[in-house]
Design a binder for this molecule. Structure first.
Ligand SMILES: Nc1ncnc2c1ncn2[C@@H]1O[C@H](COP(=O)(O)OP(=O)(O)OP(=O)(O)O)[C@@H](O)[C@H]1O
Ligand SMILES: [Mg+2]
Length: 573
């Protein structure tokens, strides 16, 4: 009985212990489940982060093997998750991540617990081309049993960098433009005097006079300086633009002869022009400069000869293209491409060619303004310039100009017809060396002058320009009155007995602007014609409207006289 009770007691104890144990086990089981659940949740959490972020993320093990990656990693680098899992990062997709210094830096992260903070890599990724990537990386999951890992975040900043570069370039152009604008006024007055007086001197000196050579040298240097000033004005977009509707082939074909002469015999020149080319709206003489700049560069890149191809084509750029090239609006463009088989350029050179004053040519050979003026001109016309080049193989420049729709073409044709009632002044295409002798001149047609001597009022506060214009006009039989500013011009006009046929007036003067003077003069003598002259940034300052008779400083005697005749004849008709 006793034993029975003892046994009972023992069994009860054992039962209680067993229950406690079961309870304990149950608790452990619940705990384990919770842990498992938490681990599962953590995994899901991490995976949802990887799936959600749009920047490529990748987790690497201590050997730099890919453990997992975000979806955008696969899409950005054009690799599949199957070919990625367990692969070494630097072996992935045509070894596109095989960048030795980066490998070293990633290894340091594990070894020395360093981090990568906005580390910039510019690299040719075989699958996706040249890109600039910003990398951030650090060590993660450092639990005792957990192997160490690296979380690497990648950001493609190629487009952002390109925009920054564009902005930087625009600022630089703006600065150069301001400098040019400031310089051009005074500089062009001086150049007008230098070129004009050397021209008069050459007229006075008989053939064979030893002083002629000196006068010619002065004139040549003056022309080079004028070309440089003009480039600066174009560059700073301070140039007076005269856009017209034209087909690029009609710019290129007449240039063929001068281009052939410029490149020389060792270079084969081929022109492949699209016969049905769409029209564009550009400034013809600036476009000629663009072509000349590209051709001369190509020539210089082929000192031992080669082939130069100039081609035009109609191209249609779709939405997809525009997405990849945000500078482009989708639509129809006219392509002008200049391709050479020359020395080509390395990346460093290519990234700098559009900078003003960047040149690899020896001093005195290049100013480094050619391509920056091309860039500026094309940008101003709503177009784009692209370059592709390979060292030792050659270079191709592509210019895209928006093609005009038929409706626009008709409209602009009409506007051009109205605004060019007074045709443009002498058009000059710069020669290879930019010297006076080699200019291709497309002169305004010569017209017979009226028999009756006419009176012209010359108004300029720069005495040398005023005297020069007066001398040139007198030499052609005009009677000339000279005024050193607006007020003097008005009082001369009041006092003068006879008729003053035309006033040649500077646009920007100390006491009164040219426009204001013209306004007051026309109140006094409504029939008087006005011809403006300036070396300044007229379009920019809104001083003149399109179609107003205008003579650009510096001017030659021929340019002055033909412009004066032209304006006077409009009054006679
Ligand atoms: N077709 C080309 N092939 C190789 N390099 C080129 C080519 N075009 C331009 N370059 C490079 O770009 C640089 C800048 O060209 P850019 O036309 O602006 O100036 P430049 O030719 O040196 O001087 P400038 O045109 O003012 O006389 C050149 O010095 C040259 O290094
Ligand atoms: Mg050049």
């Amino acid at each position: 009985m006793n034993l029975g009770r003892k046994t009972k007691q023992m069994l009860t104890k054992q039962l209680a212990r067993a229950r406690r144990r079961i309870a304990q086990l149950e608790r452990l089981l619940v705990e384990g489940k919770r842990c498992e659940l938490e681990a599962h949740e953590a995994r899901e959490y991490a995976e949802s982060i990887l799936a959600t972020v749009w920047e490529p993320l990748v987790v690497l093990d201590k050997h730099l093997r890919v453990i997992s990656a975000s979806r955008s990693f696969y899409t950005t680098f054009k690799v599949s998750s199957e070919e990625t899992a367990g692969k070494l990062l630097y072996e992935l997709g045509n070894r596109q991540w095989d960048i030795p210094e980066l490998r070293q830096l990633l290894e340091n992260i594990l070894a020395e617990n360093t981090t990568l903070d906005d580390y910039e890599v510019e690299h040719d990724f075989p699958n996706i081309g040249r890109k600039i990537m910003l990398l951030n990386a650090r060590r993660i999951w450092e639990g005792a049993e957990e192997p160490q890992r690296i979380l690497l975040a990648i950001k493609d900043v190629t487009e952002q960098k390109r925009l920054e570069e564009e902005l930087r370039r625009a600022h630089k152009m703006e600065a150069v433009g301001q400098l040019a604008g400031g310089l051009a006024h005074d500089f062009n007055n001086m150049l007008t005097a230098i070129l004009g007086y050397s021209e008069l001197l050459l007229e006075l000196l008989p053939a064979g006079d030893p002083a002629r050579d000196a006068a010619e040298q002065i004139s040549q240097a003056g022309h080079s300086a004028a070309a440089l000033t003009r480039k600066l004005l174009v560059l700073g977009r301070r140039q007076v633009l005269r856009p017209e509707v034209l087909v690029l082939n009609d710019v290129l074909t007449p240039m063929e002869k001068i281009l052939r002469r410029a490149v020389g015999e060792r270079i084969e020149l081929e022109m492949t022009l699209e016969p049905q080319l769409a029209a564009v709206e550009v400034d013809r003489s600036l476009m000629e400069q663009v072509v000349m700049n590209l051709v001369l560069n190509a020539r210089d890149a082929m000192p031992d000869g080669g082939k130069l191809t100039i081609e035009t084509a109609n191209v249609s750029l779709d939405r997809e293209f525009a997405k990849r090239h945000p500078a482009f609006e989708p639509g129809r463009y006219v392509l002008l491409a200049v391709t050479d088989t020359g020395m080509g350029m390395d990346r460093e050179t290519q990234s700098r060619i559009f900078e003003p004053f960047f040149t690899t040519k020896r001093a005195g050979k290049g100013t480094g303004l050619g391509l920056s003026t091309v860039y500026s001109t094309i940008g101003q016309s709503g177009g784009h310039v692209y370059v592709s080049s390979e060292l030792g193989v050659g270079t191709r420049f592509e210019i895209y100009l928006p093609a005009l729709g038929e409706k626009a073409q008709r409209k602009v044709h009409w506007e051009t017809a109205v605004s060019t009632a007074t045709p443009a002044e002498t058009n000059m295409v710069e020669s290879p060396e930019g010297t006076a002798k080699e200019k291709l001149q497309v002169e305004a047609p010569h017209r017979k002058r009226l028999a009756e001597p006419q009176t012209i009022l010359v108004v300029d506060d720069d005495v040398s320009v005023r005297k020069l214009a007066a001398t040139m006009l007198r030499s052609d039989g005009y009677q000339v009155l000279e005024a050193s500013g607006g007020r003097e011009a008005l009082s001369m006009c009041e006092k003068h007995q006879g008729k003053i046929a035309l006033s040649l007036t500077d646009v920007i003067m100390q006491d009164m602007g040219g426009r204001e003077l013209a306004h007051q003069l026309s109140a006094l003598t409504p029939e008087m014609k006005i011809l403006y002259m300036s070396g300044y940034a007229i379009a920019e300052k809104g001083e003149l409207e399109p179609g107003m008779p205008f003579l650009r400083k510096p001017f030659s005697k021929e340019a002055l006289l033909s412009k004066v005749r032209e304006v006077l004849e409009v009054s006679v008709e």
